[in-house]
Design a protein around this ligand. Structure first.
Ligand code: AP5
Ligand code: MG
Length: 191
């Protein structure tokens, strides 16, 4: 099964992905987490991506597509995957479709978290005070929101046009409540 957890910055993708992963045995793949780990380890990819990420811009499609391709081709990675933060430009779903088609797979569902922008900024600023992620500054948050509206949101329409199941879920309220709505929307029962 290939699922995608989708939504603007701060909508709860990572938080909900951890819940979905734990309960439904999908492997959570967060491109943001992978890039942050590259930055922390000082790899070539990390050195190239660090400034772009800190400014709230998107890293080049080619870089991110190669990373995802490498993971999905890895025989040690389960074929039941929940993607978080990918795809997020119009090029990335095409590349993903090609990767999956070569294995006879396709995207099974997209869960899109819907949260008002004022809540998103509050959540991220709260995290900034607690964790201090490099892109949780006011300027970078504004740029991340801009990139989401300019480039990423269109990915949902593309999937809808392709007939992929897109479930828009209210991402406000507490974490358990959001997770309950995701379960009902996707209709995956406990295994
Ligand atoms: P990425 O790491 O994907 O960041 P993002 O999309 O900006 O989203 P966040 O991780 O900030 O938020 P989230 O939706 O996961 O919410 P979370 O659960 O953390 O990408 C970072 C950067 O990497 C990009 O800007 C780009 O540079 C690069 N990148 C990554 N993928 C890329 C790609 N495919 N192509 C190109 N570039 C790419 O929750 C947020 C906060 O709210 C947390 O503190 C959490 O505890 C809290 N919270 C969660 N749920 C609730 C709730 N229900 N109520 C109250 N608080 C809550
Ligand atoms: Mg995240």
């Amino acid at each position: 099964m290939i699922g995608i957890i989708f939504g603007p910055p701060g909508s709860g993708k990572g938080t909900q992905a951890a819940r979905i992963e734990g309960e439904f045995h999908l492997t959570h793949l967060s491109t943001g987490d992978i890039l942050r780990s590259e930055v922390a380890r000082g790899t070539e990819i990390g050195k190239e991506a660090a400034r772009t990420m800190a400014a709230g811009d998107l890293v080049p499609d080619g870089v991110i597509i190669r990373i995802v391709q490498g993971i999905l081709r890895d025989p040690d990675v389960s074929s039941d995957v929940l993607l978080d933060g990918f795809p997020r430009t119009i090029e990335q779903p095409r590349a993903l479709d090609q990767m999956l088609a070569s294995e006879g797979h396709r995207v099974d569902f997209v869960v899109a978290l819907d949260v008002p922008e004022s809540d998103l900024v509050d959540r991220i600023l709260h995290r900034a005070a607690v964790e201090g992620r490099a892109d949780d500054t006011r300027d970078a948050i504004a740029e991340r929101m801009h990139e989401y509206h300019k480039l990423t949101h269109a990915v949902l329409d593309l999937y809808r046009k392709q007939g992929v199941r897109v479930e828009v879920v209210d991402g406000t309220g507490d974490v358990d409540g959001v997770f309950g709505r995701i379960r009902r929307a996707v209709g995956i029962s406990s295994r």
